[in-house]
Design a protein around this ligand. Structure first.
Ligand code: PLP
Length: 383
């Protein structure tokens, strides 16, 4: 391990594989898994995670942008890649050259694809196969998608074009964690109508997909031909009360080494704004993480289930009674040390008075918001 580092993130490939297998077992052999690796694989490292999922037999990888897809190809990933967001006309030929699958997010976006691919014969002359497209249907997310009644027209335009190939159709749920709710039901209905219209018009062999992590857990009928999964693969449960649980492993561990230990007298301020004043002589450890690394930006995890919600509420009351601010902890060998004062941009102080064994160079486990975790922090992958 690169032990000259004073902070790093350990990623367990074993945990990623375990989570992938859990998802795969849930959907069964008739349904493919598109592994979503957008946003640097939710912070875990897009190229390395993409390789793991490719080796595990994922059907596709999913990213938001052309740039992300190009980075995956550059890293040698050969799996089909679905790009969720629309591209500019200038990106169409490069996307075809990389063998990407693009999303038709609107009729306008389809025009841009046609513009980008013109003049006809360009792809064939370059020895490229037709550009593959998936239709996205707007059913209630308000982001990307053809209106359901536009789907058949778009499908006809694509199938009439020698350089384009329609291979899939999908939608994205806004409220999949509330799968019993009317909004979710309406989204499903609209999607089903679009699917039926496409089938009736003769487009029968499309890969149909709609389920994200929350829908996978909450709606077994949503599996269709493929599911698009991010959250579960990275060991986290979607913020959802609905649906079954899944046994997941957490592949993520961020560690930071103590840079300095200092003994502060009672009555001294710690950190910007001196928002924390020591009440007693305090042994303080300085750690090389701050908010620029995604530290102290953890979302407050939504409790799942009534009991957990009750517990969280009680905890909040207790906190208020004790007039404690939301204390965040780091862990030395599992022993908690509270953060004191405001986290700085790159440095944070923790109270190690009760952990006299902690010394300069020791590593603490620190909670980081994964998607905000600085990409400059080395990721170390363990088998
Ligand atoms: C991010 C994303 C997903 C994955 O969602 P999870 O809830 O993390 O599983 C699926 N589909 C699309 C279009 C997305 O943008």
């Amino acid at each position: 391990m690169a032990m000259s580092e004073n902070r790093w993130i350990e990623i367990s490939k074993e945990a990623l594989i375990h989570n992938y297998q859990q998802v795969k077992a849930r959907v069964g052999s008739g349904c493919g898994v598109l592994a979503v690796v957008k946003a640097n694989a939710y912070g875990l490292g897009m190229e390395a995670c993409g390789k793991v999922f490719q080796e595990q037999g994922a059907s596709m990888l999913g990213v938001t942008t052309f740039e992300e897809a190009a980075a995956l190809r550059k890293a040698g990933l050969m799996l089909p890649i679905l790009v969720f967001a629309p591209l500019s006309a200038a990106q169409i030929i490069p996307a075809a050259a990389l063998g990407l699958t693009l999303t038709v997010t609107s009729l306008e976006a389809l025009d841009r694809i046609l513009e980008g691919i013109a003049p006809p014969g360009q792809l064939q002359a370059a020895g490229l196969t037709p550009l593959q497209l998936h239709l996205k249907i707007e059913t209630g997310m308000g982001r990307f998608g053809l209106w359901p009644e536009e789907a058949v027209g778009a499908a006809r335009t694509i199938s009439g074009h020698p350089s384009l190939k329609l291979t899939g159709v999908y939608t994205h749920f806004a409220t999949a964690s509330a799968s019993k709710g009317p909004y979710f039901r309406q989204q499903r209905l609209r999607f089903q109508e679009a699917l039926r219209a496409l089938e009736d018009a003769g487009f029968k062999a499309l890969v149909r997909h709609c389920a994200n992590s929350a829908a996978l857990l909450a709606c077994p009928e949503c599996d269709l031909d493929m599911v698009r999964i991010g959250t579960l693969l990275y060991g986290q449960m979607p913020a959802s009360d609905a649906g079954e649980k899944m046994e997941l492993q957490d592949p993520w561990k961020c560690l930071a080494r103590v840079l300095e230990i200092r003994e502060l007298p009672a009555g001294q301020g710690v950190g910007y704004g001196a928002t924390f004043i020591t009440k007693r002589p305090t042994r303080v450890a300085v750690l090389p993480v701050g908010y620029s690394d995604g530290f102290q930006m953890e979302p407050v995890l939504r409790p799942s289930g009534f009991a957990a919600a009750l517990k969280a509420t009680l905890r909040l009351w207790l906190r208020c009674l004790k007039a404690e601010s939301q204390t965040c902890h780091v862990y030395f060998d599992g022993n908690p040390a509270p953060v004191i004062g405001k986290a700085g941009m790159q440095l944070t102080m923790v109270d190690v008075t009760s952990l006299p064994q902690v010394k300069v160079g020791d590593a603490a486990r620190v909670p980081l918001r994964r998607t905000a975790a600085d990409r400059a922090i080395p990721r170390i992958y363990r088998d």
